[in-house]
Design a protein around this ligand. Structure first.
Ligand SMILES: NC(=O)c1ccc[n+]([C@@H]2O[C@H](COP(=O)([O-])OP(=O)(O)OC[C@H]3O[C@@H](n4cnc5c(N)ncnc54)[C@H](O)[C@@H]3O)[C@@H](O)[C@H]2O)c1
Length: 266
């Protein structure tokens, strides 16, 4: 531990994972704790956070968990209040909840479209709505939102709602960053590419490759100039930088973490 977030209080949403291993939320909670942050981990599925808690404690970190539905206003308000009551404030907010649904506008039913908007975009709005007044009052805060390369490029499959909502997350972050810059609240966005997280085995293979995990991994790897797959720890290292004082003059922008995939056009 080098104390890059020493004493900072960090809410991480979606801090569990669909399976064992390095999902993004879990990796960010653990990496931030390794650097001295006190973690307030939230997830709609309390059980999904068990491994996160274990790993944070193994790293000598501090963590409190709370079940919270990031798409429900009352649930998010209660969660932010609970964090402030427990730790005395909130310095860092990571909006990590989200996920893709397959299909272009013709294949996708309206319910799925609406669910995608709630999960990927409304969740970001709701937590910002609750946390920003506290950060503005203390004149310090760092918000890190999770987008995806699907929000800036075609990435191999029709996922129109996912693409549209993740593009929305990027622009939402930019305008909130300018609005809250006078209060020293920074807002930045992580844009991960096609990582190898547990999501690939648990959900994506069924969506994209008829359940053939090896095929899907090979397809994803073939797009990556660096020639190897990243995972949640790569996301976490970038998020750590953006959340820390090292990024004190960085706001309203994005870091793409994709092994070079989005630059390629061959
Ligand atoms: N895995 C990838 O390859 C990849 C690539 C680009 C972007 N992302 C983005 O990273 C984020 C997390 O991805 P991951 O792969 O770690 O996912 P994951 O599904 O493994 O973990 C997400 C967690 O969020 C929780 N969750 C889902 N809905 C929730 C809700 N309404 N309220 C609270 N918690 C909820 C789940 O229970 C789960 O524990 C998402 O925003 C995703 O779009 C992932």
């Amino acid at each position: 531990m080098t104390g890059r977030l020493e004493g900072r209080i960090a809410i991480v949403s979606g801090a569990g994972c669909v399976g064992p291993g390095w999902g993004n939320g879990r990796a960010m909670a653990v990496r931030f704790a390794e650097e001295g942050a006190k973690i307030f981990a939230t997830d709609i599925n309390e059980d999904a956070m068990a491994e996160t808690v274990e790993r944070v404690k193994a790293a000598g970190g501090q963590i409190e968990t709370m079940q919270c539905d990031a798409t429900d206003r009352a649930s998010v308000e209660g969660m932010v209040d609970a964090c402030i009551k427990h730790y005395g404030g909130v310095d860092i907010l990571v909006n990590n909840v989200g996920g893709s649904a397959k299909g272009g506008p013709v294949q996708m039913d309206e319910e799925t479209w609406e669910r995608q908007i709630k999960s990927n975009l409304t969740s970001v709005y709701l937590s910002c709505r609750c946390v920003l007044p506290h950060m503005a009052a203390q004149k310090r805060g760092a918000i890190v939102n999770m987008a995806s390369t699907s929000g800036i490029r075609w990435t191999g499959a029709a996922q129109s709602a996912y693409a549209a909502t993740k593009a929305g997350v990027i622009q939402f972050g930019r305008v909130v960053a300018v609005e809250y810059a006078p209060q020293n609240v920074r807002v930045n966005t992580i844009i991960p590419g096609q990582l190898h997280t547990p999501l690939v085995e648990v959900r994506l293979a069924g969506q994209r490759a008829g359940g053939d995990v090896e095929q899907l991994l090979a397809d994803r790897l073939a797009r990556i100039p660096l020639g190897f797959m990243g995972d949640g720890r790569d996301t976490a290292n970038a998020a750590l930088f953006l959340a820390s004082d090292e990024a004190r003059w960085i706001t309203g922008t994005e870091i793409v973490i994709d092994g070079g995939m989005s630059v390629r056009c061959d």
